[in-house]
Design a protein around this ligand. Structure first.
Ligand code: ATP
Ligand code: MG
Length: 253
């Protein structure tokens, strides 16, 4: 599921002695989705949004990146970074195109997305098409994030729907100051069914923010933590392996 830019170089014009050959030079362009979050715990809403974007944008993989120390949420986090990482691993292990990265754990201090994306850009190279996937609630805060403008230049941001927020109102709801902080990005609203293969493969354009209407599930990690506290079931909101892990380690009780 990779896009390849192929150039055919012919040696006919300058033939090599006694042979004529055609060299096929193939440059494979990786298409990587990055989905950051606290994942306290990871739930089916996260997995479904990533699944839809993976297929619609013909990605090679989606990398889930649990935040080690999210700047905006320090007091609200309940499970340790290690537990959150383990739960993301369990939730993604059976999907071959999903993976989890501990990239934010190796950096001291707060976890800034711009640094994570910069590191992925270094690892995968300038040619890689990097898609930073986030829910609309998170996106509405992005102007306050560290080096937000730079983040938008390093990757193409895909904003996915979430119940309770209107994607088609996002651009209008941003203040002039927010637009300015983000470097005046352009927006494009898309329903997932409108994204053709052609569009997916040729639309990579950082600074253009794609607002994508995915099938969004009304699930949040805070609701799950609350259910556990009340001794109620979280089955079918998280994967069975995640539910078992939470129970084994007494998380959120
Ligand atoms: P909390 O309630 O603790 O804030 P959360 O459910 O919002 O948890 P986060 O870890 O904060 O989960 O979210 C990580 C990313 O996933 C964010 O970009 C968020 O917008 C997105 N996201 C969270 N829940 C959903 C959902 N149900 N559908 C689509 N995207 C989601
Ligand atoms: Mg959240």
């Amino acid at each position: 599921m990779r896009s390849a830019k192929c150039e055919v170089r012919s040696s006919i014009a300058h033939p090599a002695p006694r042979t004529t050959h055609v060299a096929l030079v193939c440059r494979v362009i990786m298409r990587i989705g990055v989905m950051g979050g606290t994942f306290d715990p990871i739930h089916l809403g996260h997995l479904r949004a990533a699944e839809e974007i993976y297929w619609a944008f013909k990605l090679d993989r989606v990398i889930f990146v649990p935040a080690a120390q999210p700047p905006h949420k320090e007091e609200q986090i309940e499970a340790s970074a290690l537990h959150r990482y383990e739960m993301v691993s369990l939730a993604t292990v059976s999907t071959p195109y999903f993976s989890v990265s501990p990239i934010e754990f190796s950096r001291p201090g707060r976890s800034y997305s711009v640094e994570t994306v910069r590191e992925f850009r270094r690892l995968f190279g300038q040619e890689c098409a990097l898609y930073f996937i986030m829910g609309v609630d998170a996106f509405l805060d992005i102007a306050t994030w560290r080096e937000a403008r730079e983040l938008l230049a390093l990757a193409q941001v895909i904003v996915t729907a979430r119940p309770g927020w209107r994607l088609d109102e996002v651009e209008r709801s941003m203040s002039p100051a927010q637009h300015h902080a983000l470097g005046g990005p352009r927006f494009k609203y898309l329903r997932i069914s409108e994204i053709t293969s052609q569009m997916a493969m040729h639309s990579y354009e950082p600074r253009l923010i794609l607002l994508v209407e995915v099938v969004s599930l009304d699930i949040s990690s805070s609701e799950i933590r609350q259910l556990v506290k009340e001794g109620r079931s979280v089955r079918h909101l998280v994967t069975d392996a995640v539910a078992a892990y939470m129970a084994t380690h007494g998380l959120y009780q």
